[in-house]
Design a protein around this ligand. Structure first.
Ligand SMILES: NC(=O)c1ccc[n+]([C@@H]2O[C@H](COP(=O)([O-])OP(=O)(O)OC[C@H]3O[C@@H](n4cnc5c(N)ncnc54)[C@H](O)[C@@H]3O)[C@@H](O)[C@H]2O)c1
Ligand SMILES: [Zn+2]
Ligand SMILES: [Zn+2]
Length: 368
């Protein structure tokens, strides 16, 4: 079938993207779903910094690639057990095979074949349904329809606004999972979140839902700090060199749990420095593969520190997408507040300019 998709034709084009237009809306020929795959009519797809990192070249991927990896839609055709036409689904960005050692250990975010397919720009198992254009993280959702592995899809209850549902595929899984599973934030912890984009604010909301009362948001953009306060942060701090000292003052020596979502290695070093002895620093940021990190080695031992990364919020999507949707419906995780703009497909380049400048939190392309 013919579908309109936003395709990244070249990375590293100059800003603004509204002029250089790295994403072209093209008509592609989408092949039918193979065994274990679904045809999904995409309703809404979010713009994430991980798309931007492919566009600006800091995360190189095979091109041309149809971008977009955070989405919700309706199953239009199913070649997979457990899914039928009409099912509502959220798409997530690690197609977990279910059989490799990581999957067997209950850590689908680390699925080996899933990572291999994502690096290669194919669906799980190696297939390409886009006539030679590569798939982005098994999803490619800036498109009227997508063919995905059923292992990229999670069934959701009907009734959620599509633009809200889409956020659960990446921002909410990653941010809420980082706070609840990787940092294990609880009522007695002081928590600081560095970076208040879609992922960071999801972490902040989840920490609040977990009963955290000393909850500090750090960002360089004033509007994001204001939003963090409106969403329940107890304090906000301007990002920059003084941020470490401010967090240490506000917490009496460092936050017990710190989540870094900036994707900037130098800020991860600040997040580590702002963590209390005995505390945990979690990062979900994806800096360039060449960026290094220097921390005082002694502090790990002498201060019993933990530094850990978290991919996909260390979540199990089939368990956690429904769980986080339930929290949203109970009013505990008001992630609809993260939505800043609704875009048409042909406005994605301008949308990525707004994400890059810090003007927007989570923007969503509405496909119909
Ligand atoms: N680990 C995962 O599974 C996963 C999933 C999704 C996104 N990511 C990554 O997480 C990061 C965040 O994604 P996002 O979509 O929320 O991005 P975003 O651009 O919306 O948010 C990043 C925020 O960091 C802020 N920031 C930049 N420099 C700062 C500084 N010096 N101090 C404080 N704040 C600063 C920005 O102003 C922005 O608000 C990206 O690196 C993205 O690639 C990882
Ligand atoms: Zn993402
Ligand atoms: Zn696996």
């Amino acid at each position: 079938m013919k579908v309109r998709s936003a395709v990244l034709v070249e990375s590293g084009r100059p800003f603004p993207y509204g002029e250089s237009r790295p994403l072209e809306v093209r008509e592609l020929t989408l092949g039918p779903p193979g065994e274990g795959e679904l045809l999904v009519r995409i309703e809404a797809a979010g713009l994430c910094h991980s798309d931007l990192s492919v566009i600006d070249g800091s995360r190189p991927r095979p091109l041309p690639m149809a971008l977009g990896h955070e989405a919700a839609g309706v199953v239009a055709a199913s070649e997979a057990a457990g899914f039928a036409p009409g099912d509502h689904v959220v798409l997530t960005f690690v197609p977990a095979c279910g059989a490799c050692p990581a999957c067997a250990a209950g850590r689908p975010a680390l699925c080996g074949p899933g990572a291999e397919a994502n690096r290669a720009g194919t669906l799980l198992g190696g297939g390409n349904r886009l006539g030679g254009v590569f798939h982005h993280l098994g999803v490619s959702a800036f498109s009227e329809y997508a063919v995905v592995s059923a292992r990229s899809a999670v069934k959701i209850p009907p009734g959620l606004p599509w633009e809200v549902a889409a956020l659960f595929g990446c921002a909410v899984l990653t941010g809420a999972g980082a706070a609840l599973y990787a940092a294990e934030a609880g009522p007695r912890d002081s928590v600081a979140v560095f970076g208040l984009g879609g992922v960071g604010l999801s972490a902040l909301l989840a920490a609040r839902a977990a009963g955290v009362t000393t909850l500090i948001g750090v960002d360089v953009v004033a509007g994001k700090r204001d939003l963090a306060l409106a969403l329940g942060a107890s304090d906000v701090v301007q990002g920059g060199d003084d941020a470490v000292e401010r967090v240490r003052e506000l917490t009496g020596g460092g936050a017990v749990k710190v989540v870094d979502t900036t994707g900037v290695a130098a800020v991860l070093a600040q997040a580590y420095a702002a963590t209390a002895p005995g505390g945990v620093t979690v990062t979900v940021g994806l800096p360039s593969a060449h960026a290094g990190l220097t921390i005082p080695a002694l502090s790990l031992v002498a201060e019993e520190r933990t530094l850990r990364g978290s991919y996909l919020g260390s979540c199990v999507p089939r368990r956690d997408v429904p769980k986080f949707i339930g929290m949203y419906e109970a009013g505990l995780l008001p992630v609809d507040r993260l939505l800043s703009d609704r875009l048409r497909l042909d406005q994605v380049n301008e949308g990525f300019d707004r994400l890059r400048s810090g003007e927007a939190v989570r923007q969503v392309v509405i496909l119909r």
